[in-house]
Design a protein around this ligand. Structure first.
Ligand SMILES: [Zn+2]
Length: 386
């Protein structure tokens, strides 16, 4: 399995280097602009045609720049042009893209940058420069990964290096499955192994409270302010909300990945489009659930489990919350409780769903103790602070 992840480093250029970077970003923007103009004018999407049309001229014009900047600028311009065309097919009120919005330089080539821990060596129009940066704690884990590509990003007058790292992970042999049911207030887990069934409820209700609180806050900003102030406040609060919710989601998915590692189980989740379909509440409910970061949670869980050598599986969501895991009969859950009409089995509906999700991959009969385990789930609360 191939893992890849991007990490950001803040560059600390001296004054002279800062000027060089400024010039570099500016001329790179101009190069991208020329490529983009040609792409828009002639409708070019092929790298070969673009190269034929523009390379020689740009090479002469920017003769003091390493030629690979022209290659990566072409890549970037083609990328922008293609996504513009894709959007245009869906809507016709899209403005043509502008190169002045390009704030990053693609360094997708070993000819342009050399990454060292704490130092970036960069080919520029003024020769090679070595810009130091601080290696934060989080980045330590990438020390045995391979450097794949990179971008130089200018943001608020500062320069950042976005580095994509890659690592091959050996696949582990699974001993069972982990059914995962994601809800607004909890992530419910069913560990299903040949000799063991165990249930865990991870309480993420704080994420829900945060989202509710910020929703109210945003609504009050909407009605009480206007113009630039409104824009600024809305963006500030939505960033803060995202950050706070993210802390909880990361903690929860870390816990789940640890369980995956300890129990040696394959994480099994419902397909995202099925989850959305299943959720058919009133409009108010819909608004909230629609914003539920299901995709994020699933991505985090998948990603972190991969680091331990277990690749996630997706299953269809059909009947996961209606089927009785004991007798197979179908009953509608009522509130948070599932009660089987056929055999009277009764339990927490989310734990039942988690169990059903795991069972979708493997036809295994319920173990004698499984129902009992369902009544004694381990409950873990995830909080943003602490
Ligand atoms: Zn039943």
């Amino acid at each position: 399995m191939l893992l890849s992840e991007t990490c950001r480093f803040k560059l600390e250029p001296n004054e002279e280097q800062r000027l060089i970077l400024e010039e570099l970003v500016r001329s790179y923007q101009e190069i991208v602009k020329e490529c983009l103009d040609i792409a828009l004018k002639l409708g070019i999407t092929s790298r070969k045609r673009m190269h034929e049309n523009i390379y020689r001229r740009l090479r002469t014009k920017y003769s003091n720049h390493p030629s690979h900047y022209i290659y990566t600028a072409i890549t970037q311009a083609l990328g922008i042009f293609k996504s513009y065309r894709r959007l245009l097919r869906k809507r016709n009120d899209i403005k043509p893209p502008e190169a002045k919005n390009v704030k990053s330089i693609l360094l997708d080539d070993t000819h342009l940058f050399w990454f060292y821990w704490g130092k970036l060596r960069l080919a520029t129009h003024k020769g090679h420069i070595e810009v130091p940066f601080e290696v934060h704690e989080y980045a330590e884990k990438f020390k045995d990964w391979e450097v794949k590509g990179s971008r130089l990003v200018r943001l608020g007058g500062e320069y950042y290096l976005h580095v994509t790292f890659r690592k091959t992970v050996k696949e582990n042999t699974p001993e069972g499955l982990l059914g995962i049911d994601v809800n607004e207030r909890s992530i419910d887990l069913a560990i299903v192994k040949p000799d063991k069934v165990k249930f865990i409820k991870i309480d993420i209700s704080e994420a829900k409270y945060i989202r509710d609180r910020y929703f109210k806050k945003r609504r009050s900003i909407q009605s009480k302010t206007s113009g630039k102030t409104k824009e600024r406040l809305l963006s500030k609060y939505s960033k803060r909300e995202k950050r706070r919710v993210d802390v909880i989601l990361h903690k929860a998915s870390n816990m789940i990945a640890k369980i995956v590692d300890e129990e040696k189980v394959i994480p099994v989740m419902e397909r995202l489009k099925d989850i959305r379909k299943r959720i058919k509440y009133g409009r108010r409910m819909n608004r909230r659930l629609h914003n539920m970061p299901f995709r994020k949670i699933q991505t985090y869980i998948s990603y972190k489990s991969m680091e331990y050598g277990f690749e996630r599986e997706f299953v269809k969501a059909k009947n996961t919350s209606k089927k009785c895991p004991i007798c197979g009969g179908l009953s509608k859950p009522n509130g948070h409780v599932f009660k089987c009409k056929k055999c009277d089995f009764k339990a927490d509906r989310h734990l039942v769903a988690a169990w059903n999700i795991a069972n979708k991959l493997q036809m295994c009969r319920p173990l004698p103790l499984a129902a009992k385990a369902l009544y004694e789930p381990l409950i873990i609360e995830v909080r943003g602070k602490g």
